[in-house]
Every structure is written in structure tokens, then in C-alpha cells.
Design a protein around this ligand. Sequence first.
Ligand code: TXE
Length: 459
Amino acid sequence: MIQVENLVGGKFSTTEEIIDDISPLNGEVIASIPRTRSVDDAVAIASSAQPEWGALSIADRADWLDKIADALEERIERIAELESLDTGKPYEVSRNVDAARSVYNFRFFAAFGREQKQEIFEMDDATNFVLRKPIGVVGLISPWNLPLYLMTWKIAPALLMGNAIIAKPSEITPLTAHYLGQVCTEIGLPDGLLNIVHGYGPEVGQAIVEHPDIKAISFTGGTATGRIVAATAAPMFKKLSLELGGKNASIVLADADLDKTVPGVLRASFLNSGQICLCGSRVLVHSSIHDEFMQRYLKELESFEIGPVISEEHRAKVLSYIELAQKEGGVILAGGNIPNKPGAWIEPTVIGGLSHASRTATEEIFGPVVTIHQFDTDEEALEMANCTEYGLSGSVWSESRGREIAEQIDSGMVWVNTWLHRDLRVPFGGVKNSGVGREGGTWSLDFFSEAVNICVHEG
Ligand code: TXE
């Protein structure tokens, strides 16, 4: 049993009431988590630690990010083990996706920070100097699907820009955030800069969003929660970055190279048991190649390894969509069953025969469930791709026209002949109900700072 504790001002502590952390692999309790309700102490400590940190140069803070990256890299196997224990994902995925990217988030922002040059705008009689000042104390709230990966995606740029942090990981997957706190304490990151509080979203998460001294909120999670976060934070004029849900399309054009396309689309469908906001949960295939594509896709699916979904509760939601699909006229082409073993396992499921406008094909399921749709013209494919309330990502598979089609998809990020191929300098975020704002590269630096202009007259 692991005892997860809050990290506030460099000290670990728990609360009287605790929450159980349950393994999706077998339903056993693996850890206890504090049930925090207030962040007043953490914010007071963060506010007093921030000015000294904010006064360092960006290069000095970048050195700290590299120190954190080094320390995490030395412990990468442990991070992967903890992530697999908490989420149930295969060790290879935890090691090569979650843990590797968590290290890289710090490395990337360290190097990117050092490259920054001060922006200067000359006028005939004056010079403008643009400063990026720290915001102060920022609140970072992250979900359970890529726990440390998404948490560090926020922590690294927030620290780089001179802020102090109140971070809240998902109560379903707190282990790696706790471990990160231990590592940062061990290497001597100044106390009070990285405060990590645990508990339920509507309690401690809400307390973060409501706190008047937390001036910016970066949130990744469900669209319904994002709406609550926005409703609370907007009237307080907080900076807000919301990375929300998706229902992304993988579009396979008639000239797609199926040797590359089939494994690529399959990975987009089922990586992390389909629990990535960027997953391609709707596959749109040109009718001329539909049969061959499906035969190869279903064949390769047989050897695609996935873990359970995050919890039995979440599995019930996923199953309810498989039932709904059948009521909507869908035909199960693969999977659909629960394996006979403990834990939150469910077979990867492929459904055909549904209208692209059905609920199953337009609502976010966030599990290993994919719907297949056929189209004859580009217009039809685009109509299908753009018909949901979401607009996060997408992919187009074609030997000649991928970019042309990609530009017509209403989504924040579209890949051509690849998926989840990430350059951390590019903007990351969604349109429509998939979110507000962008992170990544300069967009993260902008979000986690206040741009201030000093205009010096030379008269
Ligand atoms: O997310 P929540 P959940 C989607 C997916 C999933 C659904 C719900 O469809 O089924 O969202 O998942 C905290 N104030 N995504 O329930 O609730 C919460 O404690 C402040 C998409 O896990 O949005 C957690 O730390 N914070 C997604 C974080 O918000 C609150 C990834 C996200 O939890 C809060 C995960 C509140 N009132 C789920 N209520 C993606 N886009 O990657 C909850 N939280």
C-alpha cells in the first residue's frame, strides 16, 4: 500500500479523511490519498515562495528544469511501474509514452526557454521592450489518462516562466504526481514552488479554481468539467486554458497506402485503450477500399495489446455506448465483450453500420470503441468529420491529397499519414467544445506569463 500525501511548502502530510486508489488491473486498493478540501495554506506558501523564483533568470530556471529531467530519467523505470500500476496500461506504453514524455517535457521547455530572445519593437522616436512577467501562483488540474505526461506538460512551462504552482492530479491516478513531488524535494527544488494537493475534483479542484490568489488555471479533462471550471474562473478574470474532449476522425482516402495506414489508424483507435483525447474514434473510409481496409484492420487488431480501462465505473459507461450502438442499428464487427477476469477489462470494439450522426458516433466514449463509416466524396468525408460538437484533432491518410483535406477539418490539430507525432513547439489545443486556448512552445510561455510592454521615448 502506498500512502500518497500532499506536498505543501516542501513538507508531506495527509488529511484525516482519505480516498482509496483502486487498481483497474484487479480491483484491489493500492494506495490511500488525502481528501483535501482547502488550498488556503498551499496558496499562502506558494505566494511567499514565488517572488524569489520569479526573480531568477529564465536560464537559471531552465537549469532547474534540466535537473528535474535528469532526476526523472534516472528513475524512469519506477515512473513507468507506478503509472502502469495506477492506470493498468501495459508497461511498454507507460515506459515509452508516459514516462519518456514526462522527462522530455522538462528537457524541451528548458532548451526552449534558453532560446528565447527579448522582443523589441523600434519606432522612429521610441523603443518598445516586451517583458514576460510571471503570473504568480497558477493552478494546474490534470486527468487520469496520461497522468504524469499531462501534469508535467503544464508544470514545466509554469516553472520556467517564474510561477509557483498548486497542482492537482486526478484522484484516480495520483501515484506519479506524488512521486514527482518526492523527486523534486530530494533534488532540492526550493520549497513552496511545486505544491501538489490531492482529493476530489469538486472539492479541492474547485477550491483551486475559486481561490482569488490563483491567477491562472490550466485544466485538462472532460468538457462537462471544463464548463464548470470556466463558469467559476471567468468572472474572476483568471487566465484560462482548457484542453477538453474530442471525437476525432481518421479519414482514409482512396489513394491511402494501406501498409502504413492500417497500423497507423489502428494505433490512433486503440492506444491507451482509446483513452487519449486525440484518439481517432471514428474511422471514415473511402468506399472503394473499404472492404480491403476492414479485412486488414480487423486482422491486425487481433494482435494489438491493450490494458483495461481506468475503472469499472468508466467501463460501465463504455459498455452503455456499446449497447446504445446496437439500439441505433450498429453491428459489432469485433470485440464488445468483457473478458472473464477481475479488473476493468473490455475487448477492443469495432462497430459498423451506424449513421455518422448517431449518438455513438458523435459523443465522446473515451474507451476502446471505434465506429466505421464509408464515404464516396471528399465533401461527404468532411461533412462527417466536422459534424460533432468537438474539434480537437484528426488524421488523413492519403498519398497525394492529405494536406488539402486536413486544412478543411475543423480541428486544432490534424496529422497526415501519421498520428500523435508531436513536436512540442507547435500549438496544441482544440476548437469548438474541445477547449479554449493553446499550449505548446511559445503558446505555453504566453499562457504562463503576463506580457508587459515598456515604451521608452527617445526625445
Ligand atoms: O474527467 P474530469 P473524468 C473525458 C472523458 C471522460 C470524462 C470524465 O470523456 O470519460 O472526461 O473523466 C478534476 N473543479 N476526459 O471524470 O472529471 C478531476 O479531479 C476543478 C477527457 O476523469 O473532467 C481531475 O483532476 N477540477 C480528457 C480533472 O478535473 C475538477 C481526459 C479531470 O477530471 C472539478 C480525461 C471541478 N469542479 C477525461 N471536477 C482529455 N481531454 O484528455 C473534477 N475536477
